[in-house]
Design a protein around this ligand. Structure first.
Ligand SMILES: Cc1cc2nc3c(=O)[nH]c(=O)nc-3n(C[C@H](O)[C@H](O)[C@H](O)COP(=O)(O)O)c2cc1C
Length: 196
């Protein structure tokens, strides 16, 4: 098999597994745990939603000023994992993270419900909050400033995780869990089975 096809197979397998999880009807099957590291090499994780997936990579959106945004500025690498309980499967993707052009963030922002847009403007994600009332006031102030369209703030950012490692894990009742790893090396993409 040609190496480029190994990568295509990996992306197709990841997409197909996500689609199978989504077919279960459970919510947020596109939620993934995103791990980043800070300048000191300390990891941290949080959940974000996968907004698109294709051969270019895995796209998510966030506030560039947040903890994860600062981490990605210092160390543009991440690892994400999904756990799909309804189909007893897991996926992990590692790679480099690139910031997407502003138009992607603008399109994503425009696709969000107004209340979500208002909160993105009112909240300085991951900064400390004096009180709940302070946030309520900030929301009211944004509502007043933008009675019609809410403009996308420049810190709202799309990121693409460009995979160099993809692993799929499929649980089995007999404990013969199947693990398939796709790894990018100097010779191109390689596929291997891993012991459970
Ligand atoms: C199901 C779920 C989905 C989430 N999706 C996003 C998302 O797409 N983007 C985002 O910035 N935060 C999202 N969050 C909030 C993050 O988990 C996190 O609290 C926030 O981004 C701040 O993270 P940080 O301080 O580590 O940067 C989501 C949380 C949950 C529970």
């Amino acid at each position: 098999m040609m190496n480029v096809n190994v990568y295509t197979e990996a992306i197709d397998a990841l997409s197909a597994t996500l689609a199978r999880a989504e077919d279960s009807g459970k919510r947020n099957m596109n939620a993934m745990t995103l791990a980043t590291v800070n300048r000191a090499g300390r990891p941290s994780t949080r959940t974000v939603l996968l907004k698109s997936l294709d051969a270019k990579g895995l796209v998510f959106f966030t506030d560039r000023r947040s903890g994860k945004g600062q981490d990605l500025e210092a160390a543009p690498y991440a690892s994400v994992s999904f756990y799909w309980e309804p189909i007893e499967a897991q996926a992990r993707v590692d790679g480099r993270v690139v910031m997407l052009a502003r138009e992607h963030a603008e399109l994503d922002f425009a696709s969000r419900p107004r209340a979500g847009q208002v909160m993105i403007l009112a909240s300085a994600q991951s900064q400390s909050l004096e009180s709940k009332a302070a946030l309520t006031n900030a929301v009211a102030s944004v509502e007043k400033s933008y009675p019609d369209e809410v403009p996308a703030p420049d810190y709202w950012t799309g990121y693409c995780l460009v995979p160099d490692f993809i692993e799929l894990w499929f649980g089995s009742r007999d404990r013969m869990h199947e693990r398939v790893a796709y790894t990018q090396s100097t010779e191109g993409w390689q596929k291997a089975l891993l012991q459970p």
